[in-house]
Design a protein. Structure first.
Length: 225
């Protein structure tokens, strides 16, 4: 990208996105602007990572890694996308690398021996279905949260990431596609499969009380799918 195009793009995004303006200040050496970006986004990145990796402590470490990468990339920041899209592109890379590394270590360490127990906090809401799509069995909030969390854990990494960006961040298909380096149509298909998979896991529970089965240890081949 030429410097002229980069500067024009930066000006355009800075006019409509105050976070881009902050990041441009970070690029120019403004430490207070970086602190403000962390204040605005640290909790949001942590929430997405916690649901992706299933561990609060691990998610906190990865959140620090995300913002370390943001700071290291400040000099080459070009503002050719919304700040939140650029941030979650980095988040996606950090989470994918961490999960792949964990999967490789697990394969070497376990060789079919033990089960690992992910203990992420419950996903409070995701599945929004019209009347009649999900049977109406009365559940208390804690029970439903735990069941939805279990169902989310049955999704592969890319489906979970797309769901979290769509539900928690309210990102459009186009922005999710940019963050995950996919096409918008592929994101639409990914979310459609994720919703279908969640319904298939949740409907038997809501009908019969049978909880979803906890997923097996994730292997490298599943992470690549």
């Amino acid at each position: 990208m030429s410097p002229l195009i980069s500067k024009s793009s930066a000006r355009r995004h800075a006019m409509v996105d105050p976070d881009v303006h902050l990041m441009l200040r970070v690029r120019d050496g403004d430490a207070e602007a970086f602190t403000e970006l962390m204040r605005r986004y640290q909790g949001r990145v942590l929430l997405v990572l916690e649901h992706l990796v299933g561990s609060r402590d691990w998610a906190e470490d990865l959140t620090q890694e995300v913002f370390l990468r943001v700071y290291r990339a400040r000099k080459t920041y070009t503002a050719d996308a919304k700040f939140v899209t650029w941030l979650f592109t980095i988040t996606n890379h950090v989470a994918s690398n961490a999960l792949r590394t964990k999967a490789r270590r697990r394969e070497v360490r376990l060789r079919g021996a033990a089960n690992s127990s992910g203990s992420g906090r419950p996903l409070e809401r995701f599945l929004q279905c019209s009347s009649g799509q999900i049977p109406a069995r009365q559940l208390d909030k804690t029970e439903m949260r735990d069941i939805v969390r279990l169902a989310m854990e049955t999704l592969n990494e890319r489906q979970r990431m797309a769901v979290l960006l769509n539900k928690f961040e309210g990102m459009s298909y186009a922005d999710i596609a940019q963050a995950m380096e996919m096409t918008p149509q592929a994101v639409k298909s990914l979310l459609s499969r994720a919703r279908l998979n969640l319904r298939q896991m949740l409907i038997p529970y809501l009908e019969t009380g049978r909880p979803p089965e906890a997923p097996p240890s994730v292997g490298a081949e599943e992470l690549a799918s």
